[in-house]
Ligand binder design. Structure first.
Ligand code: UFG
Length: 345
């Protein structure tokens, strides 16, 4: 059993807030650490509303080592769930040093402080991006990693390697690497959800902003892929399923697990056009679109074999595409400007 709190870095962000809700609902004590660069305190107020609990929050940056130490000094931490980091693929290609310093440097700081305070349990928010362009489908955990084409993806890969190395060197560590496929949707309450700043890079936030009238039309990048309708295929997973995957991973870690890696996906692939159609149905709004050439760095298809998570963690994704779209629409229509109250583009 957890003999202390769960420290959630990046706990005010999209996957972070949803995971905090599931942890609190499962009876864990949670401390959120977030520098609020890409998130707002409003999201944590909403978490408090959903759970009826007040989550302890520290506005500390991973690069502030003394700030980190202070959290570990004042609290008994059992495990760290590490979500904090920058995540914009395009930006990472323009500012690679910023990404390496924040994501890799920040994680090294965190691990050093964990070691100082003898906290050896960590669950890391990794990504299917570590697989690069897939050699085979569905992708299982044995698929080679490291063929990433952008700096963001490489930071995930490098952090995975660092965590594997410390596990090899020091047997007291328990590390779980969770490789997410494409998280979408929102908590069923519609109170929390993904709130991208500026123009969304990802498909579903873009589609939902078209539906709510913030964007004119969707641009479909690539119609000549070797897929059933020519558009890119991905494994979209409801963020609540993903969050519950973290709780299942924590329960597994509590038994003592060494270093483990799990895919968190549904195992099903849907195309860009499938997603637009499903969202039209859920929202009752048309999603006008134009087609364009392929987006640099994109692959045709990517979907998971998530059977290892089912076998070891007793977890599998339960929520279907219709539910992903309904819940996303509830969040988007109740919060047309995300967590901001003023209008924004
Ligand atoms: N797409 C469009 N139009 C858009 C946005 C996306 O057609 O406006 C298409 C893409 O070309 C792709 C699909 O929708 O075929 C999904 O694109 P996303 O950007 O939503 O997701 P990706 O699979 O490209 O990216 C996700 C994560 C990244 C991660 C990457 C690789 O968001 O963080 O998977 O694992 F790096």
């Amino acid at each position: 059993m957890a003999t202390g709190s769960i420290l959630v870095t990046g706990g005010a962000g999209y996957v972070g807030t949803h995971t905090v809700v599931e942890l609190l609902n499962s009876g864990y004590d949670v401390i959120v650490m977030d520098n609020l660069v890409n998130a707002s305190m409003e999201s944590l107020k909403r978490v408090n509303e959903i759970t009826g609990k007040t989550v302890q929050t520290c506005a500390v940056d991973l690069l502030n080592k003394d700030g980190l130490r202070d959290i570990f000094k004042k609290n008994k931490i059992y495990c760290v769930m590490h979500f904090a980091g920058l995540k914009a693929v395009g930006e990472s290609c323009e500012k690679p040093l910023l990404y390496y310093k924040t994501n890799v440097g920040g994680t090294v700081n965190l691990l050093e402080v964990m070691k100082e305070f003898e906290v050896y349990n960590i669950i890391f928010s990794s990504s299917a991006t570590v697989y690069g362009s897939p050699n085979y489908l569905p992708i299982d955990e044995k698929h080679p990693t490291g063929g990433c084409t952008n700096a963001y993806g490489k930071t995930k890969y490098f952090i995975e390697e660092i965590l594997k190395d410390i596990c090899t060197a020091e047997k007291q560590w328990n590390v779980i690497l969770l490789r997410y496929f494409n998280p979408v949707g929102s908590h069923a309450s519609g109170k929390i959800g993904e709130d991208p700043q500026g123009i969304p890079n990802n498909l579903m936030p873009f589609i939902s902003q078209v539906a709510v009238g913030r964007r004119k039309e969707l641009t479909v990048y690539g119609t000549d892929y070797d897929t059933p309708d020519g558009t890119g295929v991905r494994d979209y997973i409801h963020v609540v399923d993903l969050a519950q995957g973290h709780v299942a991973a924590l329960k597994h870690l509590e038994k003592g697990c060494g270093c483990k890696v799990y895919n968190l996906g549904t195992g099903k692939g849907y195309s860009v056009l499938d997603m637009a159609k499903a969202f039209e149905k859920a929202s009752g709004k048309p999603i006008p679109y134009v087609t364009a050439g392929r987006r640099a760095g994109d692959i045709a298809s990517c979907y998971s074999d998530a059977s290892l998570a089912k076998q070891d963690l007793g977890w599998e994704a339960k929520l279907d595409l219709a539910k992903m779209c309904e819940d996303l629409w509830r969040w988007q229509s109740n919060n047309p400007n995300g967590f901001r109250t003023e209008g924004s583009s």
